[in-house]
Design a protein around this ligand. Sequence first.
Ligand code: NAP
Length: 262
Amino acid sequence: MSTPLFDLSSTKVLITGGSRGIGFGIASVFAAAGADVSVAARSATDLDRAVTRLEDMGSGRTLGVVVDVADPESCRAMTGAVMDAWGGLDVLCANAGIFPQASLETMSPKDLDDVLDVNVKGSIYSVQACLDALTASGRGRVVLTSSITGPTTGYPGWAHYGASKAAQLGFMRTAAVELAPRGITVNAVLPGNVESEGLQDLGEDYLRSMSTAVPAGRLGRPEEIGYAAAFLATREAAYVTGQMLTVDGGQVLPESLDALSR
Ligand code: NAP
C-alpha cells in the first residue's frame, strides 16, 4: 500500500511556546495528525494543562518540557529531555516569542534585550540545540514563527519586535543554506493577527480594530498557523526551504481602507 499524502503519524515534533496560543494551535494540528508532540515553555503549570489537552486530541505520545529559550543551556536540556523520552526528533517549531510594546522614545536597553533575547537568540539557540537530532532524523524540519510585523508591516510600539521578527528571516536564509546538505529544511510562517492568549492581553479595542483591517473579516485561529507549519513539516515539502508563508487572511493586501469597504 502506498503512503498517504502528508502523513505525519509517528513524526516526532518539538514546539517551543507550545503551552498556549499559536504554539498550542500548532501542537494540536500535529497531535491530530498522529505525531508525537512535545511542547516547551517556562510555566510548568501551563505545560501540564497543554499536555492533558493534547493527550485527548491524538494517538501519538505527548511530553511537556520546561525551557527558557533565551538560555542556550536550557535549550540543550530541552532537546536532551525529548531525546531521552523518544530517542529522536524530526521537526522543531521554534515558535516561542514575546511582544511587549514600547515606543522608540521610551524603549530601554532592557526592553530591547528582552525581545531580542527571546525572539531572535531564542530561535537560534533552539535550532542549535536540535541540530544533531534533526540531522540524525534524515528529514529534519525547522519551522520558525515570524510575523507580518517587521518583515512586511509596521505598528507603533513594536519597532524592537518588528526588528526581531525580520531578524528571524535573515537567520532562516543562511540556516537553510547551511543545513540543506543535512536534509534539513528551514522555513517560516508569518502570521497576521491570531487569537492567542498573548494577543487577547492587548485588549478588546485592539482586537476589534485589527479584525476590521483583515479582508477575511476576522482574526486568525491558532490552528490555522498550525496547518501551514504542518505542511512545511511534511516529507512532501522536502524541496521547500528558506521560504516565508504568510497566513493573515489577506491583511497585508489592501492599498487603503477604501479597499476594505464591504
Ligand atoms: P502567547 O499566547 O503569549 O504564547 C507565547 C508562548 O511562548 C507561551 O507558550 C509562552 O510560555 C512561551 N514563551 C514566552 N517566552 C518564552 C521563553 N523565554 N522561553 C520559552 N517559552 C517562552 O503568544 P502567541 O500570540 O501565541 O505568539 C506565539 C508566536 O507567534 C510568537 O513568536 C509571536 O511573535 C508570533 N506571532 C503572534 C501573532 C499573534 O497575532 N498572536 C502574530 C504574529 C506572530 P511561557 O510564558 O510559560 O514561557
